[in-house]
Design a protein around this ligand. Structure first.
Ligand code: DGI
Ligand code: FE
Ligand code: FE
Ligand code: FE
Length: 189
């Protein structure tokens, strides 16, 4: 599917705020790609689709994963907000015709991250956090600057704040989020 066609379809599938966030992530991912010499069209497609499964019911997200033999962990079952990443990878391929394994992988890991991410993974993870409509996270202004100078340091800062935020909430931390932080922590300043 062409980017414009994907965009039209997402406008119907997502609620208004989520759609606008998605456009923010698309353009921010494109900008980060330009800053780091990465294929910006590819980054924009990944950004556009990263939350494509966000507005599906939990049951639907679980079934998308299970029928593709993707393991749904106990933590994911108990915190279904995590599931839209893996389900989004499946949906991007099945419903939007994405075949590029790097785009699919970036969607898969955009919520928890994973240790030793590739450039596109980091671009999408970071764009999701810093896009212009995001306003609730702390240190956003410095994190937005770091995003354009050092992707690994930026990962460290975002993960630090995310774990701090999660520690004050009821849901449990996904072990992958913890492992991702352990990997990037040394890059923090
Ligand atoms: O889908 P978005 O809201 O755009 O962003 P996202 O996919 O990065 O999801 C962000 C939410 O996911 C945020 O509320 C924090 C939460 N999250 C990230 N890591 C974990 C987590 N929630 C739990 N329970 N455990 C985690 O490890
Ligand atoms: Fe998301
Ligand atoms: Fe995120
Ligand atoms: Fe998002």
């Amino acid at each position: 599917m062409e980017r414009e066609e994907i965009q039209k379809r997402l406008k119907k599938e997502l609620d208004k705020n989520r759609y606008e966030h998605t456009l923010g992530v698309m353009y921010t991912a494109g900008s980060l790609a330009m800053a780091y010499g990465y294929d910006y069209e590819k980054a924009m497609i990944a950004g556009l689709l990263h939350d494509c499964a966000k507005c599906l019911p939990t049951e639907k997200k679980i079934s998308l994963c299970e029928k593709n033999d993707i393991l749904v962990s106990k933590v994911e079952r108990e915190n279904p907000g995590l599931l839209h990443a893996k389900a989004g990878m499946v949906l991007a391929e099945e419903a939007y015709g994405v075949k590029d394994p790097q785009i699919l992988h970036a969607i898969k890991v955009h919520t928890t991250g994973e240790p030793d991410m590739n450039t596109l993974d980091k671009i999408i993870y970071i764009a999701d956090y810093i896009e212009p409509l995001r306003c609730e996270a702390p240190h956003l202004s410095i994190i937005r600057q770091i995003a354009f100078s050092d992707l690994n340091q930026c990962m460290a800062e975002i993960l630090y704040d995310t774990l701090h935020y999660l520690s004050g909430r009821k849901g449990s931390v996904d072990p992958t989020t913890q492992l991702t932080y352990q990997f990037y922590e040394p890059y923090g300043k």
